[in-house]
Design a protein around this ligand. Sequence first.
Ligand code: RIB
Ligand code: CA
Length: 317
Amino acid sequence: MTAEAVTSRPRIVLDCDPGLDDAIAILTAAHFGELLGITTVNGNVGIEHTTHNALATAQVAGLDVPVHRGAARPLIAPTMDAARIHGATGLGDVTLPGLTRSVASTDAVAFLCDTARSIDDLHLVAVGPLTNVALALRRDPDLRSRLAGLTIMGGGAHAGNVTPVAEFNVWADPEAAAIVFNEAAPLTMVGLDVTHKVLLGGDEAARMRSTGTPAAGFAASLLDFAYARCREFGLEAAPVHDATAIIAVTHPHLFRRSNHPVAVELHGEHTRGMTVTDVRPPAAIAAEAAPPPVHDVVWDADASAVIDLIVEAVVSY
Ligand code: RIB
Ligand code: CA
């Protein structure tokens, strides 16, 4: 299985929890793809903030893209956020002028299902907790077959961030992630293995800011905040996780990937939310009575090319 053949501008619905890197992903998706809609989910911060932030990002970039509000809490897990990374509002310390946009609906799941039924070349890209996608699978069990591609920013074969082995989007709603990994194969997992290699910092913020446009200045300010928080954790630059997932859809040739069974751990005291990726030889996996579904796992990228594309998108508005 390789990356689905991608048209020059893939038609994308972006499910997200803006979020600093989600906002940059919105700008990236609208530049390199045909962004049909944005659905919001509780994640980095609460649904009120993630929805406001999606609307504000579309507004500052002048994007004519509908925003549909989604799930306000995980399926079962307690609601946890990442405000210590993204700031209390989810957009760092950035304040945007008065929001004039409003949501197209408060039923993101209906929008996801209806759009998947109405066109046959839809790429669903989910860069937050998978609550909306899991609920959409419950509403339409054939959802995956209606999609040209399903790509998530989430998980990691050999990496974690909120725990030593779990990545935030999967960890925040592991039951939803388990439904998606078990019932919507194959998906492309753009996990921390690769997103931790696509790092933006002061140079990229300066490149963005040099154009002087409101959207580029907005993105540069988000990056400044992310970069400062990363330095507090001893990192030299900020991984722009979600925009990397967009580039994996629009420019798949820049990524190294392979196919492996992946299972989401739900019960481990130390491993809940882990995407357990089986990298053993096929013969060993074939000996398993019921191996987990196989997914397209992304391991590496031409990071400098990905970074240049993200900057190119941000400065294009
Ligand atoms: O672990 C990184 C992911 O969690 C990104 O999607 C970021 O926005 C946060 O949601
Ligand atoms: Ca996100």
